[in-house]
Design a protein around this ligand. Sequence first.
Ligand SMILES: CC(C)(C)CCc1c(C(=O)O)[nH]c(=O)[nH]c1=O
Length: 308
Amino acid sequence: MNLKTSIANNHFEMPFLNASGIICQTQEELDSLEATKELGGIVTKSATLQPREGNEQPRYYDLANGSINSMGLPNLGYPFYLDYVQHDHSKPTILSVAGMNADDAIELMRKVQDSDYEGLTELNLSCPNVIGHPQTAYDFEATEKILTTVCSFFKKPFGVKLPPYFDLAHFDGIAKVLNKFPLTHVNTINSVGNGLVVDVDKEQVVTKAKGGFGGLGGAMVLPTALANVRALRLRLNDDIAIIGTGGVTTGVDVFAHILCGADMVSVGTQVIKEGLGVYARLQKELEEIMADKGYESLDDFRGKVKEL
Ligand SMILES: CC(C)(C)CCc1c(C(=O)O)[nH]c(=O)[nH]c1=O
């Protein structure tokens, strides 16, 4: 059974990643990812120019069918992560970066360009835009502007992390912009923005920041995640790989993401629920499904979901 995959010329023994933000903020957490042999690569928490405490607790809440979070980008600052990814690792790394505004995002990419890091970088486009405007990735002009500036100096392999889209015109719009740039990959989806969970017993919301509004993850977002993987696979240039993120709780979900076109699959909420042992279970379940169907490698079924 061959579960190998690749993004640009980065080769992964396993198709599984951690979703950025999940057990990837500190040295200890990153070391635990390194020690998880079923994990194909290590994704860092999105790094910002300055270290950040993040939002006040409670900022993560677990649900039967998923999670809600408004972490507020807690991280040790980009120097820590840029140093971490330049050390030797047993598997490829993806350095995630997020600007609190466009200038910060560009400055972060300059820091990476000026470093000796040669691995993959991922620009989180769910970062805030100017007040009164939606997040960057929902503003196609802002997205094009940032990527044009970044690509004028950034010559290393990089991709972008996208929020979910819910309108076919938006799939068309973002793909049209992204196809203009030499991206290694697109990571879709980020959490489903501004959900609200209410504790009826206490008659109150469950997370503190933003009046309880937060990003949704876990099982409840799987159909949205699959739609975004499929829609972008159908629209993006073939040389842009796709990391499928969102709603993965079983090997069946991993298979579905790959069937819709994902080259790799990242897991967030389920890692919090189950621990890093989840990856061994996902590998076993994926291999069982592939064996049942007679598939030897991911290429045998990637992107081959049938329409009726
Ligand atoms: C939402 C932002 C704080 C702008 C970016 C960081 C982030 C967070 C976070 O740190 O709150 N949570 C997510 O589910 N996705 C993200 O991309």
